[in-house]
Design a protein around this ligand. Structure first.
Ligand code: ZN
Length: 158
């Protein structure tokens, strides 16, 4: 088990764009394994490689139904809308509402380079959007919902 340091707050690397993974080799697998250990140790639902200081398009998501390793992920379809509170392992102690699609379909490569499609609803859809944003240097605090949006969409859930 190897934990990596999670970059936090105004660490400038969090604002950088990650590059595509080209080699599916032991170095990638080591990164994936370390990210898994780091994610579970921090008790998060998602982690992007940039959060451990590696500018590669690699994301892990586990909302409690198993670990997904998403390499070079892209959103290919979205549906509906949700407004829920979000947090980030890189912004400890903070939370805020964001607008996200209710359902998200993601295309990504697995650790062997094979393309797969994953569908997420609710928390998993939020996690996909949140983690993929990290790959482009975007944090959820850039996308906070307005008070009017929170009121409008919070009501719909009653
Ligand atoms: Zn985050």
């Amino acid at each position: 088990m190897a934990l990596r340091n999670i970059r936090t707050d105004d660490d400038p690397i969090l604002r950088k764009k990650s590059r595509a993974v080209e080699k599916f080799d032991s170095r990638l697998w080591e990164l994936l394994d370390d990210m898994r250990d780091t994610l579970y140790h921090a008790e998060g639902v998602g982690l992007a490689a940039v959060q451990v200081g590696v500018l590669r398009r690699v994301v892990l998501v586990d909302v409690g139904d198993g670990l997904l390793e998403l390499i070079n992920p892209e959103i290919i379809e979205t549906e509906g809308i949700q407004c829920m509170e979000e947090g980030c392992l890189s912004l400890p102690g903070k939370q805020g509402h964001t607008m996200r699609p209710m359902t998200v379909k993601v295309k990504a490569q697995n650790r062997d380079g094979k393309w797969c499609v994953y569908k997420g609803t609710d928390l998993k859809a939020r996690a996909f959007c949140h983690e993929l944003d990290h790959l482009d240097g975007i944090l959820y605090t850039d996308k906070l919902a307005s008070k009017a949006e929170i009121e409008k969409y919070a009501k719909k859930e009653d």
